[in-house]
Design a binder for this molecule. Structure first.
Ligand SMILES: [Zn+2]
Length: 309
């Protein structure tokens, strides 16, 4: 009874154009990386489609209706230059939201200590009413609001170590003091938000921008001196990770210089705080990570630490 892995072949059916970094092969790389003996103890569960009511705690009805309307029967529909719908995209997005809620159920009902959700498209750029940056539904936000609505989880912390700033998560929880949003990310970089001065209406948004070329030392400093103390002081009832692995040194989209050991380190540090505050409950939702080999290795490092809970 430790780590539950949510997966589903429907996540492969979200198609993006040839050469797009956010491709189905990412999940193939993750599946291979998590197939060894080291991962035999994972509780593997198939995702189910998320319910409209769970998605509508985060996104507007008009936004969801618009996605349904432009969802193509064949070919691709472009929301912007980066964010694309194929025939299978919306179903994959619904399953990402569903898995986020299933993970909350599994942890709050004591079936597992923590969870990793191997879903795509990613979510942290999706705002209340805007799809962008490859993202349709903000799965981390959906999990947070579902946990608050369904269980006695009052304070939720979302920690985002993707190389990009999670503008969507920040926008959704900007004036919500019950959710702490902490992000380390490269700046300047897409989407352009995430300055240190952006702290939310109640001071519960914590941004630690890093410079192009920064590596392990600056990343660990950001956590040791800013994010981990804020997380511990918040005393969360549940921790959600926006787990992007594109701050890896080999990632084509980011300029940070982390490696697998840094992802393992930050996972363990957050787990220590989870053990003290919320019976070790951590839901880790896949965000970015675009070098297939680095992504596989990084997820393997992350999940093998999660398994020690
Ligand atoms: Zn990213």
């Amino acid at each position: 009874m430790t780590t539950v892995l949510f997966e589903n072949s429907v996540f492969l059916d979200h198609e993006t154009p040839f050469g797009h970094p956010e491709c189905a092969d990412r999940l193939v790389a993750i599946k291979t990386a998590l197939s060894g003996n080291l991962f035999k103890a994972l509780l593997r569960q198939a995702s189910i489609e998320g319910r409209a009511e769970d998605i509508l705690r985060v996104h507007t009805q008009a936004y969801v209706a618009q996605l349904e309307k432009i969802s193509p029967k064949q070919g691709l529909a472009y929301i912007d230059a980066d964010t694309i719908l194929s025939k299978g995209s919306l179903k994959a997005a619904y399953h990402g939201a569903g898995a986020a809620c299933q993970a909350v159920d599994a942890l709050m009902q004591g079936q597992a200590k923590n969870a990793f959700i191997a879903s795509r498209p990613p979510g942290h750029h999706a705002e209340t009413a805007t799809a962008m940056g490859f993202c349709l539904f903000n799965n981390a936000a959906i999990a947070a609001r579902y946990a608050q609505a369904t269980y006695a989880a009052e304070r939720i912390a979302i920690i985002d170590f993707d190389v990009h700033h999670g503008n969507g998560t920040q926008e959704i929880f900007w004036d919500d003091a019950s959710v702490l949003y902490c992000s380390s990310h490269q700046m300047p970089l897409f989407p352009g938000s995430g300055a240190k001065s952006e702290t939310g209406k109640h001071g519960t948004v914590v941004n630690v921008p890093l410079n192009n070329g920064d590596g392990s030392e600056q990343f660990r400093d950001a956590y040791e001196h800013v994010i981990l103390p804020r997380l511990a002081a918040f005393r969360p009832d549940l921790i959600i990770l926006s787990a992007g692995f594109d701050a890896h040194m080999h990632d084509p989209l980011g300029g940070l210089n982390l490696d697998e050991a840094d992802f393992a380190w930050v996972t363990e540090e957050i787990m220590n705080i989870a053990a003290l505050n919320c019976q070790s409950r951590i839901i880790s939702v896949l965000e970015g990570g675009y070098n297939l080999q680095a992504l596989g290795k990084s997820v393997a490092a992350h999940v093998s630490v999660l398994q020690t809970a």
